[in-house]
Design a binder for this molecule. Structure first.
Ligand code: PMT
Length: 427
C-alpha cells in the first residue's frame, strides 16, 4: 500500500475546485491547516464533514476559512446545488479525504453511498485522494489493508500515514500525514495521473470555444463583452474528464487551463476563426460557447487615440461568423452553438440553428439571474434540428455541460462518427 511521489508542479492549485472531505478521527483537527494551504495555493475549497468529524473539528472554523457553507447532511437544501451530492460531485476538480478513518475507507472501497461524503465520492469523476489516519493495530488489520489495496486498484490516490505518537498515546504507524505532505502528494498524484480512460466520450475528439473575443481600437482600448469563459471551460473540463480529446480555443479569461485539455489562447474573433478552422477537420464535434464579437474595428489605430474632440466615431465592420463557417464544412460532424438572448428568444435561437447549420443550439437568457455571463450556474433550453425542445432547470454550469455532452455523445453515436484523424489534436 505504498505509493511514491517525487515531482512537484508549481502553481497547480490556482483556480482548482477542491472538495475536502473530513471524517471522524482526532486528526480532523488538522483539516483547517490543509484547507488553509489549499486556499493559499489559489484553490476554491468546499468542505464536507461526516457527523463524527464534527465531534473533532468545528464546522464554523472550516466555514470561515473556506468562505463557503460546510455540508454534513445528504439531504441539506442548497440553492446552488439542487441535488447536493451530485452538484458537489460535478463541481469538484479534486476530492481530498483527510483524515479518512478505517470506516470511511471501507465505505468508499465498497461503494456505499448512505451519507453525503460517500455519495458524492461515488458520483464524482474527479480524482479522489485518501489520507488515512488510525491506530496502528487497526491499520495493520487485513480488512483495512485489503480496503487500501482496493482503493489503489480503483484509481484512488493514497497518502501513506506517518509514524509517531498516536491518539492513544502509544507510538507507531497510523497518524495522518502532515498537511503540507498531503497537499504535495495530491499535486504529484494529479501530475502522474493518466487522463481519464474509458469514459463514455473516450472515442471522441472535441473542439470547444469559450470566453469573449476582444477587438482592438488602439493599443490601449478594445471592444469586449461580459463572457468569463466559465460555461465553455466547464464543457471542456467535463469532456476531458469523460475521456474525450479536447481542444479548447479560448478568448482572454482569468481561468486556468482545465487538466488534460489542450488549450489555445486567442484574442480576436479573426484569431478564433483561424484557430477553430485549423482543428475542425480532426474532430467529431464542436461546441461553440464563446461570445464572439459580431463587429470589429475596420482600422485599429497603431497609436493611442487622443482625447481631442467631443465625439468619436468608430468604423466597425462585421466579423466572420465562426459557427456559420464551420457549419458550411461540417459534413457529418456534430455542431453545437449557443444563443445568448435578452428575451425568451426561442425563435431567434431556431433561426440561428438553421442559418449556421447547427445540430443543436443552447439557448440562455443572459438577463436572468443565475444564468448567462459570469455566474457559476446557468438555465438553458436545448433545441435540436428536429425542433425537439428540452428546458433544463437552473443548475451548475458543470452539470449543464454534462447534459449537453450527453446529447453530443448521442448525436455522434447516431452518425457512427469516428475522428477523421486519429492523431492528437494540433493546430
Ligand atoms: O463565459 P460565461 O461568463 O460563462 O458566459 C456564458 C455565455 C453567456 C457566454 C454562453 O452561455 C453563451 O451564451 N455563449 C454564446 C454567446 C454568443 O455569442 O451568442 P450569439 O447568440 O451572439 O451567437 C450564436 C452562436 O454563434 C454562438 O455559438 C457563438 O459562439 C457563435 N458566433 C457568434 C458570432 C460570431 N461572429 N461567430 C460565432 O461563431
Amino acid at each position: 500500500m505504498t505509493v511514491r511521489f517525487s515531482v512537484m508542479r508549481e502553481d497547480w492549485l490556482r483556480g482548482k475546485r477542491v472538495l475536502l472531505g473530513v471524517t471522524g478521527g482526532i486528526a480532523a483537527y488538522k483539516a483547517p491547516f490543509i484547507l488553509r494551504l489549499l486556499v493559499q495555493g489559489g484553490a476554491d475549497v468546499r468542505v464536507v464533514m461526516t457527523e463524527a468529524a464534527t465531534q473533532f473539528a468545528a464546522p464554523a472554523t472550516l466555514e470561515v476559512l473556506s468562505r463557503h457553507p460546510v455540508y454534513t447532511d445528504l439531504f441539506a437544501r442548497s440553492d446552488e446545488f439542487p441535488v447536493l451530492h451530485v452538484g458537489l460531485a460535478h463541481w469538484a476538480d479534486l476530492v481530498i479525504v483527510a483524515p479518512a478513518t478505517a470506516n470511511t475507507m471501507a465505505r468508499i472501497a465498497h461503494g456505499l453511498a448512505d451519507d453525503l461524503l460517500s455519495a458524492l465520492i461515488l458520483s464524482t469523476t474527479a480524482p479522489v485522494i485518501v489520507a488515512s489516519a488510525m491506530e496502528e493495530e487497526m491499520l495493520l488489520k487485513p480488512q483495512v489493508q485489503e480496503n487500501g489495496r482496493k482503493l489503489l486498484e480503483l484509481g484512488f490516490g493514497w497518502v501513506e500515514p506517518a509514524s509517531g505518537e498516536l491518539a492513544s498515546g502509544s507510538f507507531g504507524r497510523g497518524r495522518m500525514a502532515e498537511p503540507d505532505a498531503i497537499v504535495a502528494q495530491a499535486a504529484e498524484f494529479l501530475a502522474h495521473r493518466q487522463p481519464s480512460q474509458g469514459g463514455d466520450l473516450a472515442d471522441l475528439a472535441l473542439l470547444v470555444t469559450a470566453g469573449p473575443t476582444l477587438e482592438d481600437i488602439d493599443p490601449v482600448r478594445y471592444i469586449g463583452n461580459r463572457s468569463t469563459g466559465k460555461m465553455g471551460y466547464a464543457i471542456a473540463s467535463r469532456a476531458g474528464e469523460r475521456g474525450a480529446r479536447v481542444h479548447l480555443v479560448s478568448g482572454p479569461t482569468a481561468l486556468s487551463d482545465p487538466v488534460g485539455v489542450e488549450v489555445q489562447r486567442v484574442r480576436s474573433a479573426a484569431q478564433m476563426l483561424v484557430a477553430a478552422t485549423a482543428v475542425f477537420d480532426g474532430v467529431d464535434a464542436a461546441v461553440l460557447a464563446a461570445a464572439v464579437a459580431d463587429y470589429t474595428v475596420r482600422s485599429p489605430s497603431t497609436e493611442k487615440i487622443k482625447r481631442e474632440s467631443e465625439t468619436l466615431s468608430l468604423d466597425l465592420v462585421r466579423n466572420p461568423d465562426i459557427a456559420a463557417v464551420l457549419g458550411e464544412h461540417k459534413k457529418e460532424k456534430v455542431l453545437v452553438g449557443f444563443a445568448a438572448e435578452t428575451e425568451p428568444g426561442f425563435d431567434r435561437a431556431r433561426e440561428k440553428l438553421r442559418r449556421k447549420k447547427l445540430d443543436l443550439i443552447v439557448l440562455n437568457n443572459v438577463l436572468e439571474e443565475g444564468a448567462g455571463f459570469a455566474s457559476d450556474t446557468n438555465r438553458v433550453t436545448l433545441i435540436d434540428a428536429a425542433d425537439e425542445v428540452v428546458s433544463l432547470p437552473r443548475m451548475a454550469k458543470l452539470a449543464v455541460a454534462d447534459r449537453l455532452l450527453d446529447r453530443v455523445r448521442d448525436l455522434c453515436r447516431s452518425r457512427g462518427r469516428k475522428p477523421d484523424k486519429a492523431a492528437p489534436l494540433k493546430s
